[in-house]
Ligand binder design. Structure first.
Ligand SMILES: NC(=O)c1ccc[n+]([C@@H]2O[C@H](COP(=O)([O-])OP(=O)(O)OC[C@H]3O[C@@H](n4cnc5c(N)ncnc54)[C@H](OP(=O)(O)O)[C@@H]3O)[C@@H](O)[C@H]2O)c1
Length: 250
């Protein structure tokens, strides 16, 4: 039985990378998708791939998580398109690499606002549509960088703090949802190699040897595992890998 068939799923940052892998996999599972991100042309390209693979035509919605007004517009657009949202995948986040030079103020604001403020406002804004679902799930893609005492590795301090905040959001939602029908699911990926359904890298990702870096396929499959657990459990999953994982020392 495919438990995900017919679910209405909103995916943020769906135009490339992990978000696109989520979109294609969930469409293959029979979900109805709303794809969100800043670059609508990228969302349209992913929507085209979904249709080519035989999935239901996704809706696309412009969303800049770093801009509260854009989040408000996106919430209203999603509400106009779908009466019910079953699953929200909080995948979109801005990357900011460590630099010896001072960071641009706009980048610092954007990285924190996209991960924390925008993620929170989107969950809050979609609450009514998710209340129309019998089994609403909020899935947040954090990072091993967001875990307490994680090594900084190659990430900037603002990104590190933003991801810690996003992990705290998922933990906070889990407590706030206690006793309700909502679940908060958290997946913390390590450094990833990109892999996309329908491409050789996706097949290769399924047979990797120990020691290799994790891939977007590992994250998508971890989230689907969590989504398909009985509803009394809300999983928080840290994905380990010898290369690019929390405890890598080299
Ligand atoms: N790749 C890794 O090694 C890794 C490791 C740990 C965690 N993660 C997490 O996994 C998620 C996806 O990462 P990825 O590897 O696919 O990264 P990516 O290739 O950099 O993609 C980031 C996605 O987020 C979207 N995005 C960025 N800023 C946004 C904003 N202000 N508003 C809305 N969307 C925004 C981008 O779309 P637009 O530019 O079109 O808006 C893009 O689709 C992120 O949360 C990331 O932190 C990734």
């Amino acid at each position: 039985m495919n438990e995900l068939a017919g679910k209405v799923v909103v995916v943020t940052g769906a135009g490339r990378g992990l978000g696109a892998a989520f979109a294609l996999t969930l469409a293959d599972a029979g979900c109805e998708l709303v794809l969100c991100g800043r670059r609508v042309a990228d969302l349209d390209a992913v929507a085209g791939l979904v249709i080519e693979r035989g999935g239901a035509a996704p809706q696309t919605v412009a969303l800049d998580l770093a801009d509260a007004a854009s989040v408000r517009r996106a919430v209203s657009r999603i509400g106009a398109l779908k009466q019910r949202v079953d699953i929200l995948i909080n995948n979109g986040a801005m990357w900011l690499e460590a630099s010896a030079e001072p960071y641009d103020e706009a980048d610092v604001l954007a990285v924190v606002n996209a991960a924390v403020t925008g993620t929170f406002l989107l969950v809050q804004g979609l609450r009514t549509a998710m209340d129309n679902s019998d089994a609403p799930d909020v899935v947040t893609i954090g990072s091993i960088s967001g875990l307490p005492n994680a090594a900084l590795q190659s990430v900037s301090v603002p990104f590190y703090a933003a991801k810690r905040g996003q992990v705290a959001l998922a933990d906070g939602f889990r407590q706030a949802f206690s006793g309700t029908k909502f679940r908060s699911i958290l997946v913390n990926p390590p450094y990833l190699d990109d892999a996309q359904p329908g491409q050789d890298d996706w097949e290769e990702a399924g047979i990797r040897r120990k020691g290799r870096q994790a891939t977007s396929r590992d994250v998508v499959e971890a989230a689907i595992f969590a989504l398909t657990r009985p509803r009394h459990v809300s999983l928080a999953i840290e994905i380990g890998a010898d290369e690019g994982g929390l405890f890598e020392t080299a």
